[in-house]
Design a protein around this ligand. Structure first.
Ligand code: KQY
Length: 364
């Protein structure tokens, strides 16, 4: 594996859309007890369900600590490749490499800087050095040459690509003080285009209410095809999500993509009833630095947009809400060729993210 110091775009590399063919997927086995309630047992069962569905249509590699290897091996199907790797938590989207490819189908990884969603400014845990080293180790495992972009703080959940020159991100996250405060919006946009082989960044102002990642784009908006997106939405103007989604819709309705197309925007409802932490769930989480990581009644950043597009299926979070069915139906219209698999996701959401946040596609 070579570490590269050149610029992906200049080398002819770009980030494909997630809906394009994958050669595999990376996940990380959940373990830390301040993220995952009750010793992470329920989260592990949810991760296993996801791994089973994904591994039906793409090779799944699960990273796991030495302590959890035997448990994970016993719980996961034999088709899942299990690899011991030290990480700080289980957010593969954010700590694994972003894979880019060139016109000849050569694939390389990008190793971004990772500081746990904001470092000492407003990051979510400390230390994060094991997570920061994960991308390079994964590239080594896959024998994939790696671009060294560690000077730029970025998580995979904060970007989407349509594979045709257009990127999506949020201002709330990428312009946050805990990431690259020395860079302007223009400089950040240019760096994204240089690294991801793109021409244009669509900057959405906000993400999902109370999203502790500073509002990652992968929870509010996603490409379902070039020129087509889904946006998390509520019609309830008294809901704190309304002005955030409205501001994003205003941008999307005015936007053209890198190819000059107007976007087709489908609205994906958020759950009808806000998903909030219970007392019992809070008591199931270990304290962090002597402080609770969650409080009873806290609204979690529940969104159906946090789905994962596998080769043969789209895995969609489910919250036991009347809108679960609506989300499955709308996504079924977006992906008529794929199985639409609803996955009960509350136990993942308690950790602070959802199905997209715990998966990272390896592109073909
Ligand atoms: O990408 C994500 N949504 C990860 C959130 C991390 C939360 C840590 N508790």
């Amino acid at each position: 594996m070579k570490i590269l110091h050149t610029i992906p775009k200049e080398d002819g590399f770009y980030m494909p859309g997630e809906f394009e063919p994958h050669s595999g997927c990376i996940m990380i086995w959940p373990e830390r007890t301040d993220s995952w309630q009750n010793g992470a047992y329920a989260a592990r069962r949810a991760f296993v369900k996801i791994a089973r569905v994904i591994s039906r249509s793409e090779k799944l590699t699960m990273l796991v600590s030495h302590k959890q290897y035997e448990t994970a091996r016993a719980m996961l199907p034999p088709t899942v490749r299990l690899v011991e790797c030290t990480t700080d938590d289980a957010w593969a989207r954010d700590v694994a490499p972003t894979f880019v490819r060139n016109g000849e189908g050569l694939v390389r990884g990008i190793d971004w800087g990772f500081n746990a969603w904001g470092g000492l400014h407003d990051g979510l845990y400390f230390p994060w050095d094991n997570d920061n080293h994960a991308a390079r180790k994964i590239c080594d495992l896959l024998d994939t040459d790696t671009y060294d972009c560690r000077d730029f703080i970025l998580e995979g959940g904060s970007i989407h690509s349509d594979g045709q020159g257009t990127l999506l991100t949020t201002e709330a996250c990428l312009l946050s003080k805990g990431r690259n405060p020395h860079m302007s919006r223009e400089e950040i946009g240019e760096r994204l285009c240089q690294c991801l082989g793109a021409e244009k960044v669509l900057w959405l102002p906000r993400g999902i209410y109370n999203d502790e990642t500073n509002e990652h784009v992968d929870n509010i908006c996603a490409f379902t095809a070039p020129g087509e997106v889904v946006l998390a939405w509520t019609d309830d103007q008294s809901d704190p999500q309304y002005p955030l989604s409205r501001a994003c819709l205003d941008v999307l309705e005015q936007a053209t993509d890198a190819r000059g197309r107007r976007l087709k925007v489908r609205l994906l409802p958020i759950p009808q009833t806000p998903v909030c932490m219970t007392q019992a769930e809070c008591e199931g989480l270990d304290l962090w630095d002597g402080e609770p990581t969650r409080t009873p009644g806290e609204r979690l950043a529940a969104s159906y947009v946090n789905f994962y597009i596998a080769n043969g299926a789209v895995l969609v979070p489910q919250f036991g809400d009347p809108m679960d069915e609506t989300a499955l139906r709308i996504l079924g219209e977006c992906f008529p060729e794929r199985e639409i698999a609803g996955i009960p996701a509350r136990d993942i959401l308690i950790g602070g993210g959802n199905i997209h946040c715990i998966t990272q596609q390896i592109i073909r």
